[in-house]
Structure formats: C-alpha cells, structure tokens
Design a protein around this ligand. Structure first.
Ligand code: PLP
Length: 365
C-alpha cells in the first residue's frame, strides 16, 4: 500500500489560520515599529499568563533563551550544569556558550526524561544548576529535581522547547524552576514563522536581567549596564504567536487524539510505545516509538510514503562538537541505545486522525 503522509506539514498550519495571521503581520507592517514594542509586550503578557508565570521575556530563539537564562544566573567558566545525556544539542550548547561545562545524566528508558535518582551522584562542588528537558512534550519529574536543587542550593533552568501547554501534576509547565526556556521554532507546538523564543519566570530580578541582556545590556538607549546580546523577539513573530496561542490548547488536544489512536493501533505491535508518567499530561510534541531494528522500520515506512524522523540519531557526547570531552561510545549507554532505536512517527495538529490507521498497519507488519 502506498500513501503519502508527511512527517509534519507547516504550510497546512499556516493555511488554517491564514486570514488571522496575515492580518496580524499587516498590523505590524502598518505600525512602522519593527523592534520590540507593544506587539512583543502584548505577547509576553499573554504567554506569562498562559504559563502561570509572573514574567515572560521574548528573545530571538530557544538556544538564546537557555544561554541568557544561564547568564542571568551568573553561571560561567569553572561552573558545571547537569543536563540530560539524550537531549537536542542546544541544551548542552547553551551551557558551553556561557563557558560552563555540561555534565550529562542518563534518562530513564520509560519516560526518556532525566532520571532524578541519578542526579545526586553527578553533583560536585562546581555544580551550579540543574537543566532538565521536558522531552517529546512530556514533563520531567520536577518535584524530586526541585528537591535536589533546594538541598544542594542549585538553580533549576527548564528546557521547555517541546512542552508548550504540558501539565506537571495539573499545573502548566512555565514556572516550576527558576527560569523556564521556550523555543517557538516553526515545528514546535507553539511555532512562529521563523525563529523566536522566550523565558518565563516568577522571579522579577531574573526577568529584569534577561530583559536587559537580550538588548545590548541596556535598559535605556545608549546606557549599557552589562555586556549584553542582541536577541530580541521580532514583533512580526510576536504577532503571529499571539494568533497561534489562541488555538494552542485546541491544537494540543488534536495531538492527544492522534497519540491515543497510535497507542490503540499499535498496542499489539513489536514496538516499544511511549509511556505517560502518572504526574504528566504530555502535549505530544513528538510521538516516539522504539525498536531494535529501527532502520528497517524507517525503510519500510519510507516505502509506504510515511515520513518519519529520528530524535536524535547521535547523542551530544558523540558529536564532533564535544570531542574534547573524550566521551566515547559506551559513556552513556541509555542515550546511545535511544539513538539507535527511536523513531518519531508523523504528529501534528493538521494530521487527520484517519491517516493514523494505515501508518499503524505498516508498523504492525
Ligand atoms: C528546539 C529545541 C531547542 C532550541 O530551540 P531553537 O529555537 O531552535 O534555538 C532547545 N532545546 C530543545 C529540547 C529543543 O527541542
């Protein structure tokens, strides 16, 4: 059987909201104001409220959100930050960008999120922060992570780039740790039409520091308090995000329906299916299954016209970028096993639920 299901259809998402998005972009173009300003401030207020956080600060992208968060916490050379061994490399790159050292901790194979039980052994006198990732849209187990942080006087920075709208014990991700970092890369659950990012926090001091850092270290034009960056949320993207925020819950609900259909359709298959932790209501950024013969499965899906991707094929410690850490194959076996076995099936709010059944048939063969 041959059919066509793309892994993700970003154009379909745009077309569903085309009149509203076009009007929002036209509003910014007509305003004559193209850096920061009222559109960015309005999105920041709406995003903070949605996340249940006191403050949101819009920045250029998710990597910058993480980097500015660590800078605001004054983490730098000589410091260590605990990160998952199985994340997108941006999480590690932010730590490296401030001159600190990422210290990887393995995930548990059930939820794919950092295993809190393994964190204490990785803490040294140099450790300054814990940086959990809510991978694939499922919150990490935050309570034990926050407890360890309190016990050792560490900051908690969350990488929430895949978790827009996800709930941890009934509360939206966005204000559990000291700073929560967001990416609005087009493929995320809340995606802009270009690069965009933000941080949310309940701490006014940190929000204030990041607001300055993103804009040349300046609160007042030509008055530079610190050596800052240029990483401002673009008002055109802010206007687009305001439109898409209105449908985020509805679009996440559609993802939930698709995930349910996969879980039912694949229940008897040889694949390892995603497990939802009792504390989590995930938003299914990705629907990730596992199989020892993953490459054969990908080939079979390809032949049937089903798009799939691997998140992620090479863990950060095996990337050339981190060759200086001298962490070879075998250093993080859980992350390495995931890299060899995971595959992400088509997932998105514009995917029709009926297209899931034939995908399941291919997987069940
Ligand atoms: C997308 C992503 C990022 C980086 O976001 P950008 O906006 O592309 O810089 C960071 N961490 C995780 C887990 C991501 O999925």
């Amino acid at each position: 059987m041959i059919f066509k299901v793309p892994f993700l259809d970003l154009r379909a998402a745009y077309l569903e909201l085309k009149p509203e998005i076009d009007a929002a972009i036209a509003r910014v173009l007509d305003s004559g104001w193209y850096i920061l300003g009222s559109e960015v401030e309005a999105f920041e207020a709406e995003w903070a409220q949605y996340c249940g956080a006191s403050h949101a600060v819009g920045v250029g992208n998710g990597l910058d959100a993480l980097t500015l968060a660590l800078r605001a916490l004054e983490i730098g050379p000589g410091d260590e930050v605990i990160v998952p061994s199985n994340t997108y490399i941006a999480t590690w790159l932010a730590v490296s960008a401030v001159g600190a050292t990422p210290v990887p901790v393995e995930p548990d194979l059930a939820t794919y999120n950092i295993d809190p039980a393994l964190i204490p052994a990785a803490i040294t006198p140099r450790t300054k922060a814990l940086l959990p990732v809510h991978l694939y849209g499922q919150p990490a187990n935050l309570d034990p992570i926050l407890a360890i942080a309190r016990q050792h006087n560490l900051s908690v920075v969350e990488d929430a780039a895949q978790a827009h709208g996800a709930l941890y014990k009934g509360q939206r991700i966005g204000a559990h740790g000291d700073i929560v970092c967001w990416s609005f890369y087009p493929g995320k659950n809340l995606g802009a039409l270009g690069d965009a990012g933000a941080i949310t926090t309940n701490r006014a001091d940190l929000a204030d520091r990041i607001r300055i850092l993103r804009n040349y270290g300046s609160r007042l034009k030509y008055v530079n308090e610190v050596k800052g960056f240029n990483s401002r949320l673009d008002p055109i993207q802010a206007a687009v995000l305001r439109v898409k925020l209105l449908v985020l819950d509805e679009w996440n609900a559609r993802r939930r329906v698709i995930a349910q259909r996969y879980l039912e359709g694949l229940a008897g298959s040889a694949l390892v299916l995603p497990k939802v932790a009792e504390w989590a209501e995930p938003v299914w950024h990705l629907f990730v299954v596992r199989h020892p013969e993953r490459d054969a499965l990908v080939k079979r899906l390809n032949e049937a016209g089903v798009g799939s991707l691997i998140h992620y094929p090479v863990p950060p410690h095996l990337q050339e970028a981190y060759a200086e850490m001298e962490l070879g194959m075998g250093a993080f076996p859980v992350a390495e096993r995931m890299a060899g076995e995971v595959v992400s099936l088509p997932m998105g709010a514009q995917l029709s639920a009926t297209s899931i059944d034939p995908i399941c048939r291919v997987c069940n063969e």
